[in-house]
Design a protein around this ligand. Structure first.
Ligand code: SF4
Length: 80
C-alpha cells in the first residue's frame, strides 16, 4: 500500500491496548477522532475503532508512524 491509495475511502484506526502506554501523541494529532483520559490514554467513542475520513488520513498516518509503542494501525473500513 502506498500513500496515494490511502487517500481514498475510509479507514479505521485500531489501537493495540496491550502496547499503548498513554503518552498521547495520537490524541494530539487527531483531536477530532480521539479523546484523552486523565492519564493520557486515547478515548474512542463506544470503545470502537474510530473511523478516519479522507480529511484526517494524513494526520492518522502520522500518528501511526509516530506512536512510540507501535500501537496504532489503520485498516480499511468494511462495507456491508
Ligand atoms: S501514541 Fe501510541 S502509545 Fe501513545 S497514547 Fe497513542 S496509541 Fe498509545
Amino acid at each position: 500500500m502506498n500513500r496515494a491509495e490511502s487517500s481514498h475511502g475510509e479507514w479505521q484506526l485500531h489501537i493495540d491496548w496491550t502496547r499503548c502506554d498513554g503518552r498521547g501523541v495520537c490524541t494530539e494529532l487527531l483531536p477530532g477522532v480521539l479523546g484523552r483520559d486523565d492519564w493520557g490514554f486515547p478515548l474512542t467513542r463506544d470503545h470502537r475503532d474510530p473511523v478516519v475520513g479522507t480529511d484526517r488520513i494524513a494526520a492518522a498516518r502520522d500518528a501511526v508512524d509516530l506512536c512510540p509503542r507501535l500501537a496504532l494501525r489503520l485498516d480499511r473500513t468494511r462495507r456491508t
